[in-house]
Design a binder for this molecule. Structure first.
Ligand code: MOS
Length: 736
């Protein structure tokens, strides 16, 4: 994209407007489904199985094939050769084969059994209805009770052990006031605004895929694994993504099926999931049972924390979410016992949804902690404040930084916790809640390349994505500040797998990982320019002023002409100069416990007759190292807070126990918080750069907002009504 902006205020931290904003509002930012190849694009429509398990015993596509405009009806009988699903094992779940239409086994409800490719969507969709097939249904395994989950998952997403703990839990729980509670959270979806969409074109040599995906390097691996094509013959592009929230970390059925269509027909084929199809053809978050036992002394010291989680795991797909992570990190305790068990089920793919582990783990755990405060009659802010862990509760590692105390103190003050006023008007009562969140910070290996031309125009190439989070903007800010240039001199080129590989977007690691790689590329370029100017080693201050380059400050300052410097760069003369930067997790990442943290406060009003909960206000106090852009960071945090309301009160993906399918597959029936559901939303950021986290000093914020926000709402509902709902979401029927 070519980024043109007209503000000079693009230093790191500035609340700068998105550099891609103008393209988006003009419809000029092309999303996956809007790209065109030279050849006309065919359209594929997915025919999905109606049951969750079984064998396809008969399929007759002749009628469909005979329809006007139909170019191919693809089933397991005529699809191109593919590596079996999930192979090779050592490629990780996003790099493994995601083969489709490869055998007769039905893996989940909605599982694609045919792809109709036609000239138009209507033709394909109509023809799909004429396919006659028989499925011999198999038994359907779902998680119906927590004790059915008896499999120890190999590892928990995020690299956690299934079981972890410290101290003697039995004696810790025998001591003081003990609470035993069982919480459940429902199936949930990411509900990204842009449904999963891909256009693939195999021209006989190279497979090019425009897809809505968060991470490109593993997407190339996945296509290479699936279709046995060399990675150099595959190019994936994803410059604009309309939200992902984990559901686009890997490629999904749309991408694989579009490739299948194109490999067969050697024409561009587009597969765009309908909203309803997204629910079955893209991953969701599995429901959870969270059995907890907590104990504390009367003066408010936590003795024991036991958290046993039971969740479904999709058949053939080894992903387990770490719902116990909040119990492992939020507070110090004499003993902690965290355990995860799963049951293999016939559900559509279960994978990351925003803040896997943290989001629903904190929802249940921070609600239970509130119950414990009530049981010992202690103020929930004071209680949390008193139990903040000075070091990592399990490993004993020091925190790189941890400002949870300040988040609680300053958040409580800004919210007016001490002066909260209770009101009753008619049947409505208000209530207040608090909770905290601790979100792990990670760095994922990333590379970037920066080029400057003789006019002083910079271009950054990295396969990083911007999933709506502001990547284009923060990377612009990093370059702008480093070289003292205005934003309009900088072009950030993202979302092309031909560019140097980055972390991609996910796990709240994107900004720090890709940003540090870009910073390192800037430093390498500065060093190279210094060398060309005949100056000593790099890391000097190198500032651009149009075509003039200034080296150093004060008395030793020198100015050189950029074109002349580039002429010195080699034979033949160059008109641009490039440098690469990269980042990898370093030893500080093993040595220190790295977390960003949050304190959430909420006020709700509950109608005690109808059970209706209205959120009056939410306040969040956050600490996530140095903030790269206060505007985009604030927007992400607010989004997470909104999501907290959504998880506490609305979201609930219902699974039909008879056939394993999801029932409420649209936004009319899968409720999430909309503007009208949200009250006053405010936040404070306690900013302290964390240079142990990365050279930029930033830590992840993407998933911080949702971590803990839901429990503050739930705790406020209890405060208003005395009703503790342990089965999320808190719908009116449960409050009444
Ligand atoms: Mo992350 S689960 O990719 O929002």
């Amino acid at each position: 994209m070519s980024a043109k902006t007209y503000s000079d205020s693009y230093n790191i931290g500035d609340p700068a407007n998105r550099v891609d904003g103008h393209l988006k509002v003009q419809g000029k930012a092309r999303y996956a489904g809007e790209n065109l190849f030279d050849a006309p694009t065919l359209v594929g429509w997915i025919l999905g199985a109606k049951v969750a398990s079984g064998t396809l015993t008969q399929i007759d596509t002749s009628k469909a094939q005979a329809q006007e405009g139909v170019q191919a009806v693809i089933t397991y009988q005529n699809s191109p050769d593919q590596t079996p699903f999930g192979q090779p094992e050592d490629m990780g779940r996003f790099g493994q084969s995601r083969a489709m239409l490869n055998d007769t086994r039905i893996r989940y409800a909605g599982f694609p059994i045919a792809l109709v490719v036609a000239d138009t969507l209507e033709q394909a969709r109509y023809a799909a209805r004429l396919i006659d097939y028989t499925i011999e249904p198999g038994p359907i395994s779902l998680l119906r009770a927590p004790e059915e989950a008896d499999v120890v998952p190999e590892d928990i997403d995020g690299g956690y052990e299934a079981d972890a703990g410290t101290g003697d839990i039995d004696s810790a729980l025998a001591n003081g006031t003990r609470l035993d509670v069982h919480y459940t959270t429902p199936n949930q979806v990411s509900a990204a605004m842009e449904p999963h969409t891909s256009i693939a074109y195999y021209d006989g040599d190279t497979l090019t895929v425009h897809s809505s995906v968060q991470v490109l390097a593993s997407a190339v691996d996945c296509l290479s694994s699936t279709f046995n094509l060399p990675a150099e013959k595959i190019r994936v592009k994803s410059p604009y993504v309309g939200g992902g929230f984990g559901s686009k970390l890997g490629l999904h059925n749309d991408a694989i099926l579009a490739c299948i269509g194109s490999l067969l027909l050697q024409r561009p084929v587009k597969v765009a999931m309908s909203r309803r199809q997204v629910f079955h053809n893209a991953p969701h978050r599995g429901m959870s049972h969270q059995q907890m036992a907590l104990s504390a002394s009367d003066d408010g010291a936590i003795h024991g924390v036991q958290h046993h989680s039971s969740m479904p795991m999709a058949k053939d797909y080894a992903f387990a979410e770490g719902t116990g992570v909040a119990a492992r990190i939020n507070y110090k305790a004499n003993a902690i016992d965290s355990q995860h068990r799963v049951k293999v089920v016939d559900s559509p793919m279960i994978d990351s949804v925003r803040a896997p582990g943290d989001a629903i783990g904190s929802l249940a755990f921070e609600s239970a902690v509130d119950e414990l405060c009530r049981a010992i009659n202690m103020d929930p802010v004071t209680f949390r404040r008193n139990n903040i862990a000075p070091v990592h509760p399990l490993t004993g590692a020091d925190f790189s930084t941890n400002n949870l105390d300040r988040c609680l103190d300053e958040g409580a003050k800004a919210f007016g916790w001490e002066d909260r006023q209770y009101r009753q008007s008619g049947t409505k009562k208000n209530g207040f809640g608090v909770s905290v969140g601790m979100r792990m910070n990670i760095i994922v290996p990333s590379q970037a390349k920066i080029t400057v031309d003789s006019k002083g125009q910079f271009t950054v190439h990295t396969d990083m994505t911007d999933i709506g989070t502001g990547t284009y903007t923060i990377l612009t800010q990093i370059v702008a500040q480093h070289f003292g240039v205005p934003a309009h001199c900088i072009t950030i080129d993202l979302g092309d797998s031909d560019s140097p590989a980055s972390s991609g977007s996910g796990g709240s690691f994107g900004a720090s990982s890709s940003g540090t790689a870009v910073l390192n590329a800037c430093e390498a370029l500065a060093a190279r320019l210094s060398e060309l100017a005949g100056l000593a080693q790099g890391n000097e201050l190198v500032q651009f002023d149009g075509e003039q380059v200034r080296f150093g400050e004060g008395d030793t300052q020198q100015t050189h002409n950029l074109s002349e410097l580039l002429r010195n760069a080699g034979e033949p003369a160059q008109d641009s100069l490039s440098a690469q930067g990269e980042v990898k997790p370093d030893e500080d990442h093993d040595k220190y416990a790295q977390y960003s943290c949050a304190a959430h406060f909420a006020e709700v009003s509950v109608d005690t007759v109808t059970g209706e909960v209205r959120v009056i206000r939410q306040h969040g106090a956050f600490s996530a190292g140095r903030i790269l852009n206060h505007k985009t960071a604030g927007s992400q945090l607010k989004g997470g807070m909104v999501w907290g309301t959504s998880y506490a009160l609305f979201e609930d993906l219902q699974q039909d126990p008879r056939d394993g399918s999801f029932v409420n597959c649209d936004f009319a029936e899968y409720h999430f918080a909309v503007n009208r559901d949200i009250g006053e939303l405010s936040l404070d950021i306690i900013e302290e750069p964390d240079y142990k986290a990365c050279k930029l000093g930033s830590k992840g914020i993407g998933e911080l907002g949702i971590t803990g926000s839901g429990a503050a709402i739930a705790n406020a509902v209890f405060d208003a009504t005395g009703v503790r709902v342990r089965d999320f979401p808190i719908t009116p029927d449960k409050v009444m």
